[in-house]
Design a protein around this ligand. Structure first.
Ligand SMILES: Cc1cc2nc3c(=O)[nH]c(=O)nc-3n(C[C@H](O)[C@H](O)[C@H](O)COP(=O)(O)OP(=O)(O)OC[C@H]3O[C@@H](n4cnc5c(N)ncnc54)[C@H](O)[C@@H]3O)c2cc1C
Ligand SMILES: *[C@@H]1O[C@H](CO)[C@@H](O)[C@H](O)[C@H]1NC(C)=O
Ligand SMILES: *[C@@H]1O[C@H](CO)[C@@H](O)[C@H](O)[C@H]1NC(C)=O
Ligand SMILES: *[C@@H]1O[C@H](CO)[C@@H](O)[C@H](O)[C@H]1NC(C)=O
Ligand SMILES: *[C@@H]1O[C@H](CO)[C@@H](O)[C@H](O)[C@H]1NC(C)=O
Ligand SMILES: *[C@@H]1O[C@H](CO)[C@@H](O)[C@H](O)[C@H]1NC(C)=O
Ligand SMILES: *[C@@H]1O[C@H](CO)[C@@H](O)[C@H](O)[C@H]1NC(C)=O
Ligand SMILES: *[C@@H]1O[C@H](CO)[C@@H](O)[C@H](O)[C@H]1NC(C)=O
Ligand SMILES: *[C@@H]1O[C@H](CO)[C@@H](O)[C@H](O)[C@H]1NC(C)=O
Ligand SMILES: *[C@@H]1O[C@H](CO)[C@@H](O)[C@H](O)[C@H]1NC(C)=O
Ligand SMILES: *[C@@H]1O[C@H](CO)[C@@H](O)[C@H](O)[C@H]1NC(C)=O
Length: 661
């Protein structure tokens, strides 16, 4: 075996729970003998434009590592940085290391690792295990709480180190019974199992812990996962046998009155990567500014959201979330902590701003632009077929709304809607909300008056409700409902529809028909009306070029019977991927999809998610992470890897080994 020297060095540590310290004294590994491996460094550096947060001043340094010699761990280099030799060794060309493999950490290694992180290591106990007997922690009250909140409280899964929303891709191996799937996971086994969940998590509260985790994972070829909120649509924050870095506790916020670099001079907010939308908006309100974030309350703003591009109720005015980035602090695959800003490590900065999460490093904070306080009007409606509105009238109204895009986009609106088929040619269209940044009620009403006049001519006469606010937070808070998602019997896809489809009447008709036909066929839509060109002095980044051309982003979902057999589920999913969304691809050639709200098996994903930016992203990935320390389904460079098993025929199973393709 090519890694035999590494493995041989590990063998002394496999059996015993003791370590050798200070000239061969054998002692038990505990917090008297192994201190946390952490140094306090200065908060101010030449690279970082804003001083480090307190949790960023606690780092792993070469001096600290040198002291691990006392533990005689140095000769196995378990926690050492990649100094360039490892990547040249040509090791690890098969699968990642899994339990049972020679390189899988021994109990002692986990124990020492825990001590070095100051007790931050958590061995995974599935969140819903209190609903089962398997972990010896059955608890009816806790199970009731989890069951009641599982699918209608999007804060729930964020509070656990490994729980995620897209449970289907984890394998649904330990979910409250009423969310179990008949064909796979706990539905099939009636048991609570780890499935695709990581084996261990580091609940990070400082940079040193993240560096130790990255180094350990890289040196032993472990699968490494990063979980922030677990909201990712594509299971990118889960993976069997992995070491997981949980960034949720990195909650610092700092207001910077005068940020200045060669591209920007103005207010900014530095945000820890655990910060969620409701927190960033509250902080911005407190400082009298406005910050671009998502509509979802619980989404992590500076984790997967900003990394993936990030659409916002303010995007039509200020651009994508990633466009707002000024600087990142990040632990890279070699274990080092670096700044990537508009002026330092600019290639990494470009890649982090749109290239997707879990690819280039573990981000601990992002500094973003802040804008002046801004008035906002919101409006909502519910349009439903019934005794007074026929299906023809309904679609006529939807068509008039679509036809208004050139006008309303130019005015900077964002619309967030859902459209649901009710059966028997019945439909419902909830606009919740229509968001008018920087507009009064009168301005908003004037903007949409032509559309409502068309509705009236069609016999669709509704009274939308308007509310106006003098600041963004209050409008966002009043306008967007708390979303939820914990079910596994769902598959999703999406597409970005370009504005050029509005420039030609025949193409507009085809586009509208393609949209309408999948709703008539039973597809559920979450639509986002938006435009996001580069504006306000924002600089080019790796955000999908298709976003720059888009007039709307449509998420499409299909829901299947949770007890359906595997073949039925595959048929339903294939219809979504290869028929419904294909109708959309056919009318939008060369466009793409939004990676953060996309199909788990998006065809041709590199083109779809990054278009012409992909070649450079791939090159930067190879430069910063030649060993593939960071991996996630559909991430840049993930085409070099494959999951070794599938569920429902063609869905890569996160509960299987990750191997080089
Ligand atoms: C209820 C809900 C509402 C949403 N609303 C919006 C919205 O308004 N606008 C929008 O654009 N999208 C929205 N999304 C999609 C959202 O952008 C993605 O789910 C995104 O991946 C969430 O990022 P996260 O960090 O919160 O989640 P996670 O699932 O924890 O992480 C997502 C990905 O980023 C990686 N990652 C997380 N933290 C870091 C880090 N610190 N460093 C490096 N990689 C990291 C993870 O490994 C994973 O690959 C919403 C999703 C949900 C479920
Ligand atoms: C050391 O570990 C013991 C037992 O786990 C714990 O009670 C104690 O608080 C720890 N001490 C420190 C300094 O962390
Ligand atoms: C390393 O250990 C020595 C001896 O215990 C100690 O004096 C020194 O401060 C340690 N260095 C660091 C960076 O902790
Ligand atoms: C490696 O560790 C062993 C103890 O497990 C020790 O005896 C040996 O001297 C170490 N080798 C080096 C090169 O440090
Ligand atoms: C790199 O690390 C290895 C393993 O720890 C060590 O043997 C080697 O001397 C280091 N090389 C350099 C240039 O630091
Ligand atoms: C390691 O710990 C697990 C429990 O976490 C235990 O089942 C196993 O026997 C231990 N292995 C060894 C070699 O002690
Ligand atoms: C969570 O569950 C409790 C009962 O177990 C319930 O009272 C509460 O409303 C739920 N919260 C949400 C947001 O659903
Ligand atoms: C969530 O669902 C539970 C029942 O499953 C219900 O008791 C609770 O009120 C709901 N909460 C919200 C916010 O809808
Ligand atoms: C908001 O509108 C005012 C005029 O009403 C205009 O001066 C200002 O530039 C607008 N702000 C943005 C961000 O578009
Ligand atoms: C587009 O569709 C509308 C409504 O169905 C129709 O009136 C119009 O003629 C069509 N235009 C083109 C160019 O096909
Ligand atoms: C992927 O997209 C590129 C660029 O549009 C195209 O040339 C290629 O044929 C596509 N490949 C597949 C398999 O669809």
């Amino acid at each position: 075996m090519r890694y035999s020297t590494v493995a041989a060095a590990l063998l002394p540590f496999v059996a015993a729970q003791t370590i050798v310290v200070d000239d061969n004294t054998v002692v038990e590994a505990n917090n008297d003998t192994v201190a946390p491996a952490v140094a306090q460094v200065a908060a101010t550096t030449t690279d970082a434009p804003v001083e480090y947060f307190p949790d960023e001043t606690l780092q792993l340094t070469d001096d600290i590592l040198a002291n691990l010699t006392d533990l005689q761990l140095s000769n196995i280099s378990l926690f050492s940085f990649d100094n360039g030799t490892l990547s040249k060794r040509g090791l690890f060309d098969g699968c990642k290391t899994y339990p049972g493999d020679l390189l899988w950490p021994s109990n002692l290694t986990w124990k020492v690792f825990n001590l070095l992180t100051g007790g931050a290591l958590i061995k995974t106990t599935p969140y819903a295990s209190p609903c089962y007997d398997d972990y010896g922690n059955y608890d009816a009250a806790k199970c009731a709480y989890l069951t009641n909140n599982w699918s209608n409280n999007s804060y729930l899964q964020t509070e656990d180190p490994t729980a995620i929303n897209s449970i289907l891709f984890q394998g649904a191996t330990c979910v409250p019974q009423e969310y179990a799937l008949g064909a796979i996971g706990s539905g099939a086994t009636k048991k609570c199992e780890l499935g695709g969940s990581p084996a261990y998590s580091v609940a990070a509260t400082n940079v040193a812990q993240i560096q130790l985790a990255v180094n350990l994972a890289r040196n032993l070829n472990l699968r490494l996962v990063i979980k922030n909120t677990g909201h990712d649509f594509g299971g990118k924050s889960t993976g069997a046998g992995a070491l997981n870095i949980w960034t949720h506790k990195l909650k610092n916020v700092k207001f910077v009155q005068n940020y200045r670099d060669t591209t920007y001079n103005g207010p900014a907010l530095k945000l820890g990567s655990g910060i969620q939308a409701y927190e960033v908006y509250a902080a911005a309100r407190q400082y009298g500014v406005t910050v671009v974030g998502g509509e979802g309350r619980s989404v992590g703003v500076t984790g997967g959201y900003i990394a993936g591009g990030g659409h916002s109720p303010l995007s039509s005015v200020y651009g994508m979330a990633a466009d707002q980035a000024l600087a990142y602090e990040v632990v890279t695959a070699d274990g080092r902590f670096v700044t990537a800003s508009r002026t330092v490590n600019t290639d990494l900065f470009w890649a982090l701003s749109g290239g997707g999460g879990s690819t280039f490093g573990v981000v601990t904070s992002v500094t973003v632009k802040a804008y002046p306080k801004l008035p906002v009007t919101i409006m909502s409606w519910t349009l439903m077929t019934g005794s007074t509105i026929s299906a023809d009238q309904f679609w006529g109204a939807v068509r008039a709304y679509f036809a208004s895009f050139p006008t309303i986009r130019a005015a900077g609106t964002y619309e967030y809607w859902n459209m649901v088929p009710l059966g028997n040619n019945g439909f419902i269209f909830n606009m919740q909300p229509f968001f008018f940044p920087n507009m009064t009620t009168a301005q908003a009403q004037a903007l949409v008056a032509p559309m409502f006049a068309q509705w009236k001519a069609l016999g669709v006469d509704i009274e939308p409700t308007y509310q106006s606010f003098d600041n963004y937070y209050d409008a966002w808070n009043a306008g967007f409902p708390l979303e939820s998602w914990g079910t596994g019997n769902i598959r999703q896809g999406s597409r970005l529809f370009p504005k050029k489809n509005w420039a030609d009447a025949a193409l507009f008709n085809q586009t509208f028909e393609a949209y309408k036909s999948v709703v008539e066929d039973g597809g559920f839509i979450v639509g986002v009306g938006i435009q996001a060109p580069l504006s306000h002095g924002n600089i080019a980044n790796s955000v999908n070029p298709a976003w720059r051309e888009a007039y709307f982003h449509a998420i499409l979902a299909t829901i299947f019977d949770a007890d359906a057999d595997a073949a039925t589920v595959q048929a339903v999913g294939d219809k979504l991927t290869f028929d419904w969304v294909q109708r959309w691809r056919d009318v939008t050639p060369g466009s793409g999809a939004y990676l953060s709200e996309s199909d788990y098996i998006e065809p041709n994903f590199t083109q779809s998610f990054w278009g012409s930016n992909y070649a450079r992203l791939y090159q930067i990935k190879q430069q910063y992470d030649p060993l593939g320390v960071f991996y996630a389904q559909n991430a840049v460079g993930s085409e070099n890897w494959k999951m070794s098993e599938f569920i429902y025929g063609n869905l890569p199973s996160q509960n299987s080994k990750l191997c080089r393709a």
